[in-house]
Design a protein around this ligand. Structure first.
Ligand SMILES: C[S@@+](CC[C@H](N)C(=O)[O-])C[C@H]1O[C@@H](n2cnc3c(N)ncnc32)[C@H](O)[C@@H]1O
Length: 186
């Protein structure tokens, strides 16, 4: 299904493989997920992160998954009845949170591709949506950090967060990836 959707919108879907367990673990490790939390996913895709987050939350807190692709969003909603799946552009994040009565998120987990960052000020939007103690994670491909979109993404994230670090490379993901971790939203 991901391959089919990639053929329809290659720059938006941006991958033909679902995130590996190793990448999902690296995406969630920086977050505090004990106790009731408000968690937001951006570009939830096939739902690998969605399922893992539901396992951590154990029926507590709020979990909102934003996905622009109608086929993937419908599938997510069918598979994860405990998650508020919103078919929307991540650029509408403030409106989406407002419409669902969420003031601030404790954790934002993003699988958004560079194209989404080029189209909207994603770092600013997520920093504004996070609680002061909240954390943001973004999966990013390894080895492309010198390309213009990757440099712009890192620069914009650095401007939006007091602390921006990167996980070790997750070699067991196809393609190898790392996780950018934003803390202390400005
Ligand atoms: C890299 S893929 C995620 C696939 C992932 N590896 C997985 O495990 O399913 C990026 C996802 O972000 C979604 N997406 C792209 N641009 C978006 C946007 N502006 N707003 C919300 N979702 C978006 C795509 O439809 C796709 O599902």
């Amino acid at each position: 299904m991901l391959f089919q959707e990639f053929l329809r919108a290659p720059t938006r879907v941006a991958t033909v493989t679902a995130s590996s367990d190793a990448l999902v673990t690296a995406m969630l490790a920086p977050h505090r997920l004990d106790g009731p939390r408000v968690v937001v996913e951006l570009g939830a895709g096939t739902g690998r992160v969605t399922g893992a987050l539901q396992g951590h939350l154990r029926g507590t807190g709020r979990h909102i998954a934003v996905e622009i692709n109608p086929v993937l969003a419908e599938r997510l909603a069918d598979r994860h009845p405990g998650v508020t799946v919103v078919r929307a552009d991540a650029a509408r994040l403030p409106a989406v949170l407002g419409e669902h009565g969420v003031d601030r998120a404790d954790a934002i987990v993003s699988l958004l591709p560079w194209a989404a960052y080029a189209a909207a000020p994603v770092p600013r939007l997520v920093a504004d949506a996070l609680a002061p103690s909240g954390t943001f994670t973004q999966a990013t491909l390894r080895g492309f950090h010198l390309l213009a979109p990757a440099r712009r993404q890192a620069e914009d994230l650095r401007a939006a967060f007091g602390s921006l670090t990167a996980s070790p490379t997750v070699w067991r993901n196809l393609p190898p990836a790392r996780v950018l971790i934003g803390r202390e939203p400005h």
